[in-house]
Design a protein around this ligand. Sequence first.
Ligand SMILES: Nc1ncnc2c1ncn2[C@@H]1O[C@H](COP(=O)(O)OP(=O)(O)OP(=O)(O)O)[C@@H](O)[C@H]1O
Ligand SMILES: [Mg+2]
Length: 250
Amino acid sequence: MISLTEVRKEYPGGVVALDGVSLEIGGGELVAIVGPSGSGKSTMLNMLGTLDRPTSGGVRIAGYDTARLSDAQLSALRARRIGFVFQQFHLSPGVSALENVADGLLYCGRRPAERRRRATAALERVGLGHRVRHRPSELSGGERQRVALARAVVGDPPLLLADEPTGSLDSAAGAGVMDLLLDLHAAGTTVVLITHDREIAERLPRRVHMRDGRMVQDSAAPPLAAVNARRALAGDRGGSTAIANERQAP
Ligand SMILES: Nc1ncnc2c1ncn2[C@@H]1O[C@H](COP(=O)(O)OP(=O)(O)OP(=O)(O)O)[C@@H](O)[C@H]1O
Ligand SMILES: [Mg+2]
């Protein structure tokens, strides 16, 4: 579903936030990204979500080599396939929770009434059915986080990327959000989440540890030799069919 190959990200000013990260995540996986503050977790999630392009290295999402896609094609790929929960929520301040969530469907070709119906259902799912008319400034931090989660899942994306989705929640609300993520995973969604919460990370089937822009441990990493052997057996897949597919709009 996703692969990063030797991804390096250097921000202007010279910070190397990712320093040669290679990672494969299969469809339907549930992966925790853990590591100290500043280790490159959010930067990596931005790469997985095609929100930012790497300085060097490759990012493939659902078979598409993202380097070959225009910004417009990447936006289309994101709108159809990827739900995000950002560390800073990124909600629109001037409109209600309902409209914030419904806006998650703007690029999916749904009619306004259908968008509102689905947005209401998504808010109910995160326990905010009684707050649909509230603006972000009229919600608690944890409630805003749940609005952001509702917006991320309202379009049923096959891939959900969540940056600290339980970061500002108490343990009960955090457990509710985790249950929702586990339900989505059980229903087939690929979920990648960043968490500082050790208990949460330990309950998840796969953990990727970051430090200083490098992946220092991957609990599910197959031995490199096996990966190389599989690649050799598969032959060079960069042939004409793959490239032809990539040229189509996502
Ligand atoms: N836009 C930017 N410009 C310059 N440097 C940046 C930018 N964004 C992040 N960095 C730097 O890149 C490094 C990695 O940042 P990143 O946000 O990926 O860390 P993180 O692991 O998500 O940390 P946290 O747990 O605190 O959220 C940090 O040293 C940070 O200061
Ligand atoms: Mg971060």
